[in-house]
Design a binder for this molecule. Sequence first.
Ligand SMILES: NC(=O)c1ccc[n+]([C@@H]2O[C@H](COP(=O)([O-])OP(=O)(O)OC[C@H]3O[C@@H](n4cnc5c(N)ncnc54)[C@H](OP(=O)(O)O)[C@@H]3O)[C@@H](O)[C@H]2O)c1
Length: 82
Amino acid sequence: MKKVIVITGISRGLGKAMTDEFIRLGHTIIGCARSASAVDKLTTKYSNPHQFTCVNVADEKSVREWATKTLGNYSPPDFINK
Ligand SMILES: NC(=O)c1ccc[n+]([C@@H]2O[C@H](COP(=O)([O-])OP(=O)(O)OC[C@H]3O[C@@H](n4cnc5c(N)ncnc54)[C@H](OP(=O)(O)O)[C@@H]3O)[C@@H](O)[C@H]2O)c1
């Protein structure tokens, strides 16, 4: 069954690897990182329904705005990888 998965740190390393693999398996990824260039690259590579946003998870206001926007556009996530 296809899942909606939130992943923080999608710009490189484990977060990027999980993003590529979960999308390959048909899941929807909602991801964030601080690197605007990495977010832009993923947005170009993987379009709708996936969503990649520049968010610093240490900034509570940004995280709150990201969560509000996400919950307005998607069903509640099935998994959160942070
Ligand atoms: N979602 C996850 O489950 C996840 C993802 C990645 C790493 N990790 C954990 O991190 C450790 C090292 O993994 P790794 O070798 O893959 O690390 P890594 O190559 O250093 O990657 C860390 C990721 O986290 C992002 N990141 C760091 N600080 C952030 C912040 N304040 N706000 C938003 N994103 C931030 C980085 O992107 P920017 O620099 O562009 O912000 C990058 O995408 C492991 O213990 C692993 O479990 C977990």
